[in-house]
Design a binder for this molecule. Structure first.
Ligand code: ADP
Ligand code: MG
Length: 355
């Protein structure tokens, strides 16, 4: 099995936002702004502040990186010393003390999982590891796990086996199966973006855009006094490598994030099948449908980041039905033959027309 990190093709199929890239904010600036960016959580972060930041750009970088570093120490699935990893290595059903942050993310993730009938499930870690997308070294694993291994891992998976006990000034996590693991990778970026937004709010910034990879939070207006616009990358045809359209989304102060099946995958060399890093908890296997990406607009990036993954598990048709029943704003891209088609829910329309 060959791991494809980021081929040219994946870049063209990649779903993401120009907020993560330089030059997202198209047009001439009329107000001064501070921009910073850097690496975090194995990906990148970006912040644009309109006007001044108390203490200036260096202080902004210092404070933002402090926030992001502390999140990594709390919820990284890969850093074996993070609070979450220590809970994962705690092979006992006795409660385990965690910070309020960890408890908050786990509570929000469990809630999103329940809303989506288990399609997004942060206890899916043993299956993520088994398919070679987790912290277990892929070279120690068989190319494709057999059914026995999948079934054994599934016994350790399930939101019903995970509990958060919140007391006065304390929080604990508890697992019913000592082998259960929590993988917050799918919500980590959203949580990071929310925490950066919280920092901006604490510092009294009225107009900003913050992002961790494809999870974005915006507030107020951009440097031209207009609504912040981010772009969903839309491939044209599979042949047209590198060509893509950008669908502008006016965020109207909301959070936005995208889940994509082409960003991180492997090829099973025996069958030539593309194995996505998104696992369907109902089958214990990577998703196989042709939905390329799903973008969600909503109140917090933690929520959109959890929901987009669950909707990716469902696939475009079911996701659109689900979103329309709940007035949820989503935009999907599906590979149909050699073409890429987009669809969106009714609630998404308002974000596709800028004021
Ligand atoms: P994307 O941005 O494409 O949604 P993320 O990095 O946000 O991808 O989330 C994918 C990661 O989440 C996987 O690498 C894995 O660690 C974990 N994961 C995979 N499937 C699920 C699932 N059904 N529910 C929750 N987490 C999952
Ligand atoms: Mg996600």
């Amino acid at each position: 099995m060959k791991k494809i990190a980021l081929s040219l093709l994946t870049v063209s199929l990649l779903a993401g936002f120009c907020a993560g890239l330089a030059g997202c904010d198209i047009g001439t600036s009329s107000r001064s702004e501070i921009k910073i960016g850097g690496k975090t959580m194995g990906t990148f972060y970006n912040i644009t502040v309109i006007g001044d930041y108390p203490g200036g750009q260096d202080q902004l970088r210092h404070e933002a990186e402090e926030v992001l570093d502390s999140i990594n120490k709390e919820i990284s699935f890969f850093d074996r010393n993070s609070e979450l990893s220590r809970f994962n290595q705690h092979r006992s059903t006795e409660p385990f003390k965690v910070s309020q942050d960890v408890a908050d993310v786990v509570i929000a993730s469990i809630r999103a999982g329940q809303e989506l009938h288990g399609a997004v499930d942060v206890t899916v870690g043993p299956l993520v590891n088994l398919w070679g997308f987790g912290h277990v070294k892929p070279e120690t694993l068989p190319p494709v796990p057999d059914d026995n291994a999948i079934n054994a891992a599934r016994k350790r998976v399930g939101l019903d086996k995970l509990h958060v006990i919140v007391g006065y000034n304390s929080a604990q996590l508890k697992k019913d199966n000592p082998q259960l693991e929590v993988d917050l990778s799918t919500v980590g970026e959203g949580f990071g973006a929310d925490k950066l937004a919280e920092l901006m709010d604490r510092r009294g910034i009225q107009n900003y855009m913050v992002s961790v990879a494809g999870a974005i939070r915006t507030k107020g207006l951009n440097s031209r006094g207009k609504d912040w616009v981010v772009a969903i990358e839309h491939p044209t045809t599979e042949q047209a490598v590198g060509q893509r359209l950008e669908i502008p989304v006016c965020t109207k102060g909301q959070a936005i994030s995208t889940s994509g099946s082409y960003r991180n995958y492997k090829i099973d060399e025996k069958t030539g099948t593309r194995l996505s890093h998104i696992i369907d908890p109902a089958t214990g296997k990577p998703i196989t449908h042709h939905t390329v990406s799903i973008t969600v607009v909503g109140p917090t990036a933690l929520w959109t980041d959890a929901i987009d993954t669950g909707l990716m598990v469902m696939g475009s048709d079911e996701a659109l039905r689900y979103a329309n029943e709940r007035s949820m704003a989503i935009y999907t891209i599906v590979k149909e033959g050699n073409e890429f088609k987009s669809h969106y829910s009714k609630a998404m329309q308002q974000y596709l027309v800028c004021d």
